[in-house]
Design a protein around this ligand. Structure first.
Ligand SMILES: NC(=O)c1ccc[n+]([C@@H]2O[C@H](COP(=O)([O-])OP(=O)(O)OC[C@H]3O[C@@H](n4cnc5c(N)ncnc54)[C@H](OP(=O)(O)O)[C@@H]3O)[C@@H](O)[C@H]2O)c1
Length: 340
């Protein structure tokens, strides 16, 4: 089968190659999935660069999530039950950027027909993180302000849509002015451009309050520092990404007065500590939010596996429109490899 692989960590456009390798074999409790599509997420890029929380065993195939059809089971009741089903694949053992992937039967989730392949491919990482941070970790009350940076990201757009659904108001920080109208159209209550002056002052001007109690930042550096400085007394900033690759600066006196909190969130940690019941409940919620069209991923350019270099270049270009997807196969019952 064809698979994207890297033999050393580094810049994705330099280290990723498409190789012909043996199809993996599922062990007991695992399933073999014929992949249909997989997104290129910032976490995949960081994994290839060696900057992610999980370190690859080389050579490795990236791709933390995707959609495919379960072709066979390595044994076990759940795996046998999944054969023939179209599923979202999460954290497969062998990596999703390949024609076939092996995953635990517990890590593949049947997707209703109403959810198209493109949405199913990016089923979990962003929707689950947006849902968990806003409704569980911060638990933003109805009517309260939530400040978020990199608001034009796919995850940021989901936060805006969740705000509309659950009744909290969003202050959305972007670095490109052209995103203001786009996010307003999506339902953003306020959109601020980071270059338009100190964020804390901009926030005070729109809210009429000394700051916000809820904030989330995937950027770090000056943007994350500005989000921290926009907190009110008792405020919490959730840090969930490192897009700038730079540290957040915190003045101890600012943190001390008003007992402000800076807290990390990583979906992988959540998944490790959650009970089976909590995970199933989250899956069901995300599936419903997608099926009802409450949240969605805006899909940008799609590429076959064979164009992996072009695909990662597109995914890592500033100002890209939508999530870059690898289109690996088709949904039909007979495997047709479109990636060669
Ligand atoms: N902790 C977790 O468990 C978890 C789970 C899921 C996602 N995440 C994180 O969530 C973030 C968003 O993911 P995504 O898939 O939604 O990303 P995405 O769609 O690729 O969007 C990335 C966004 O970040 C902006 N950006 C990139 N570098 C920036 C910088 N230095 N300063 C300001 N803005 C910057 C981009 O702005 P332009 O449009 O101007 O280029 C773009 O809007 C990523 O950091 C990802 O790692 C974390």
């Amino acid at each position: 089968m064809l698979a994207v692989r890297f033999e050393k960590s580094g810049t994705p456009t330099e280290v990723l190659q498409v190789q012909d390798i043996p199809k993996p074999t599922p062990a007991r409790g695992e399933v073999l999935v014929r992949m249909i599509a997989s997104p290129i997420n910032p976490s995949d890029v960081m994994y290839v660069e060696g900057r992610y929380g999980l370190k690859p065993t080389l050579p490795a195939t990236p791709g933390f999530e995707g959609v495919g059809i379960v072709e066979s089971s390595g044994g076990g009741l759940l795996g046998r039950f999944r054969v023939g089903k179209r599923v979202a694949v999460l954290g497969s053992r062998t990596g999703g950027w390949a024609e076939y992937a092996v995953a635990s039967a517990k890590q593949v989730f049947p997707i209703p027909d109403a959810v198209p392949d493109d949405q199913a491919a990016a089923f979990f990482v962003n929707p689950a993180t947006a849902f968990l941070i806003t409704t569980k970790v911060l638990a933003v009350p109805r009517g309260e302000w939530l400040l978020q940076t990199a608001a034009g990201s796919q995850l940021g757009r989901m936060v805006i849509l969740l705000g509309k659904k659950f009744g909290f108001r969003t202050i959305n920080v972007v670095r490109r002015r052209e995103q203001v109208a786009e996010l307003q159209k999506l339902g953003a209550d306020v959109v601020l451009v980071s270059d338009d002056g100190p964020l804390a002052e901009q926030v005070r001007a729109v809210t009429g309050q000394p700051g916000v109690r809820y904030a989330m930042d995937p950027v770090g550096g000056t943007v994350g520092t500005a989000a921290l400085e926009a907190l009110a007394q008792g405020g919490t900033l959730i840090v969930y990404g490192a897009l700038s690759n730079a540290p957040i600066q915190a003045d101890p006196r600012f943190l001390i007065t008003g007992s402000k909190v800076v807290r990390g969130f990583w979906l992988s940690d959540w998944a490790q500590s959650a009970t089976i019941l909590q995970k199933l409940r989250l899956m069901r919620t995300v599936r419903q939010l997608l099926a009802d069209g409450v949240i969605r991923t805006e899909v940008g350019t799609t590429f076959p596996l064979s164009q992996i270099t072009e695909a990662v270049r597109a995914a890592t270009t500033d100002g890209k429109a939508g999530k870059v997807l690898l289109r690996i196969g088709i949904s039909g019952a007979n495997p047709t490899e479109t990636s060669r």
